[in-house]
Write a protein that binds this ligand. Sequence first.
Ligand code: CDT
Length: 308
Amino acid sequence: MSRVIRTAAAQMGPNPRDMPRATVVARMIALLDQAAAQGAELVVFPELALTSFFPRWFLPDQADVDAFFETEMPNAATAPLFARARALGVAFSFGYAEVLQQDGRTCRYNTAILVDGTGQIVDHYRKVHLPGHSEHEPWRPFQHLEKRYFEPGPFGFQSVKALGGRIGQAICNDRRWPETYRELALSGAEMVLIGYNTPRHYPPAPEHDHLQDFHNHLSLQAGAYANGMWVIGVAKAGVEEGCDLIGGSAIVAPTGEIVAQAATLGDEVIVADCDLDRCAEIRANIFDFAKHRRPDVYTRLAAPGIAT
Ligand code: CDT
């Protein structure tokens, strides 16, 4: 039986701060329709897809922060997206800011969900690697306050059975960490969905700004190859509230080759046929984990210490 998932990366252009969620969701539905017209069974949207990338702002009033969060999913704003996807029988994933009450306290996560073709949420991932800083740093031209506005996801990385294979999720900065992919691969993932918002300018090391696109693809391609799995990287791109976000959304094969890549910095759909059986090209060969991996000597990997 064929295990090809025709997959779309639905890159999004900027979401201005005052763009209503209804408008953003209408754009997402237009992208979903375009993808479905090309036969896509799975449509992958970016990190924090419903709003502007708000960690760029220091917002002293918690009410201003909370305006970017969702208390339930689906909700009134996203219900039309869920309905259209269900009508089309298309699975989709997207990122959003999630707030919930848990064990008597308020928890806020940078979250991504995977929804299957029947409209069921089948995977709920909370971002593990939160980049940036916790305090206002006025010297920066823009902030990166993920460490202030979110807490790290406590559940790590796992994949779920969906669409005839095993699918996992990660979010933006996670894609730079080899551990992300290896953990997902060891959980059986054959495809990993990764939305991102990556500013071209990195204030602590501006000498690397010209490498942002390179580092994006380097990470996605290395993760795919070293673990023999499909990686779908999807940007929110373009100039959002004065902040230049890279594009370069890409569908990467288990060989590490980019098989489809966005050409713009706006709303754009790219599509590829992702045959999950192609994971074996790598996993039954150079990265045959059972045959060649040496976890007995990787003792430092899961230990907290760092040699100095
Ligand atoms: N959203 C996100 O994680 N962005 C980071 C920006 C660099 S760290 C300040 C990234 O890794 O792309």
